[in-house]
Design a binder for this molecule. Structure first.
Ligand code: 2DT
Ligand code: MG
Length: 178
């Protein structure tokens, strides 16, 4: 089974380097502007993702447009409501399965490196968690992440492999995100 790992933001492209500098608090960007930049960072990969998916490769994607919506909407900036936040990602390929790794902001704060980047404050993480839960529909799988990595891995890989099997059996069309 062919599989590839992708991660968004992809910090290696030109847009990704700008996002990286923003997250590391080296530059300031408008909330609207950085939201668009995160989306462009995904669009840069859209054709390649489609090609891989249609060729039968499984993509494992660490964060996607749902993070874009949840983080930007959590800023509570006038005009940047959920509908506005979703718009730039319309037409990107949709995932067949989506896993929300749930952890309390308190537990997340004990993980390595927490607090170094923009967005890594407990108050903001609480607002993001609320956004994720309100975006969630019953196709999302919520996985308890405050456990040893092996336990989280075992649960996700079992669910993911079942989904891969379903897709390999055919009849699961490649859909757009929204
Ligand atoms: P990592 O810590 O996973 O590298 O994410 N983010 C991410 C957004 O605000 N919008 C997006 O579209 C995406 C994909 C989440 C870096 C931070 O960037 C946030 C955390
Ligand atoms: Mg991070």
């Amino acid at each position: 089974m062919a599989a590839e790992l992708l991660r968004f933001p992809d910090r290696t492209s030109a847009t990704g380097k700008e996002i990286d500098a923003y997250l590391r608090k080296e530059v300031e960007l408008s909330d609207e502007g950085v939201h668009q930049l995160f989306s462009r960072n995904r669009w840069e990969k859209a054709a390649e993702m489609r090609e891989l998916l249609l060729g039968g490769t499984t993509l494992v994607v660490d964060r996607y447009a749902h993070s874009g919506v949840a983080f930007s909407a959590a800023k509570d900036v006038p005009g940047m409501d959920v509908e506005w936040c979703r718009a730039p990602d319309a037409g990107l390929p949709a995932p067949d399965a989506l896993f929300l790794l749930q952890i309390s902001p308190e537990a997340a704060a004990t993980r390595g490196g927490f607090g170094e980047e923009r967005y890594e404050t407990s108050d903001f993480q609480k607002a993001v968690a609320e956004q994720f839960l309100s975006l969630r529909d019953d196709t999302w799988r919520v996985v308890e992440a405050a456990r040893p990595i092996e336990a989280v891995h075992a649960e996700i890989s079992e669910l993911a492999l079942a989904e891969v099997g379903r897709c390999q059996a055919g009849g699961v069309p490649l859909r757009d995100l929204w």
